[in-house]
Design a protein around this ligand. Structure first.
Ligand code: BTN
Length: 272
């Protein structure tokens, strides 16, 4: 295997992490898992504490939003999930997707000359229209510890080249490396540590940090100042992006000035 395809090294990630916090208090890496989100579900059900981050070089059943598969060239990307047990009300847990998107943008920008942007609700884009990261938040809001947690799954395309992506995604996907002017391979452990640090900092800001986070997420939105088309179940909605709601929902201003709020189940596109 070429150097960029060596297995992820948990010890190296730990070494590169900043101040000890919550997210990343335990880091585990595996050559192969079904899905890192599934691994988190299993451990959460056994009572594992929050902050554990699980990485896999390869997933057999990686999944994305709305039942899509998440494909990745083995050993080139970062595929990981974090176990969270937020102390704030479960009705606000959806904010974690926005939180993660902002943290990923901040972390990736350390390796880029250009800004990373958010395609609501759960994608990070480079170069306006190319996806570098997808986020999958799965929550269980039961009463017992074992049934009350969030699995925050993140897939980042790190060192892949165009041919590593399935044909159908070659125009719409990008890796961190492809987004760099020098095209240089990036050490995955370094990116992993940076991601965990940014996630931790943002998470520890807690509910008090939400207003600022929301403003940043709005400013980073690829829809900022743009027309947006949302395809819901059987209905098409068009309007102008008018910001994010209290739990990260998309607010659309439709003709006549009325505002509609969308939770994230819709297919969404920017209108040119
Ligand atoms: C999406 O874009 O629809 C979200 C993709 C999320 C993929 C990541 S990879 C790590 C974690 N494990 C999974 O099975 N999915 C998430």
């Amino acid at each position: 295997m070429s150097p960029e395809q060596d297995g992820l090294n948990a010890e190296r990630i730990r070494e590169l992490l900043g101040e000890p916090g919550v997210i990343g208090r335990d880091v585990q890496t595996f050559p192969e898992l079904d899905s890192t989100n599934d691994a988190i579900h299993r451990l959460a059900a056994e009572g594992e504490k929050e902050g554990l981050a699980i990485f896999a070089d390869r997933q057999l059943r990686g999944r994305g939003r709305r039942g899509a598969r998440w494909e990745s060239a083995p050993g080139r990307d970062l595929l990981f999930s974090v176990l969270l047990r937020p102390s704030f009300a479960a009705e606000h847990w959806a904010r974690l997707t926005t939180l993660a998107a902002v943290a990923v943008c901040r972390a990736l920008e350390k390796y880029l000359d250009d800004a990373a942007e958010i395609k609501w609700p759960n994608d990070v884009y480079l170069q306006k229209r190319r996806k570098v990261c997808g986020i999958l938040l799965e929550t269980r809001a039961g009463n017992r510890t074992t049934e009350r947690y969030a699995a925050l799954g993140i897939g980042v395309n790190v060192n892949g080249e165009k041919d590593d992506f399935p044909e159908a995604l070659r125009q719409s996907a990008i890796s961190l490396r492809m987004g760099r002017r020098d095209g240089a391979v990036v050490e995955r452990e370094r990116v992993a540590a940076r991601l965990l640090d940014e996630l931790d900092r943002t998470y520890r800001a807690g509910e008090a940090g939400w207003p600022e986070l929301r403003v940043e997420a709005e400013a980073r939105s690829v829809f900022q100042g743009k027309g947006v088309r949302l395809q819901g179940e059987g209905a098409l909605h068009e309007g102008v992006f008018a910001g994010l709601g209290d739990c990260g929902e998309l607010i659309l201003e439709v003709e006549g000035g009325a505002r509609r709020v969308f939770g994230g189940a819709e297919e969404v596109q920017r209108m040119e």
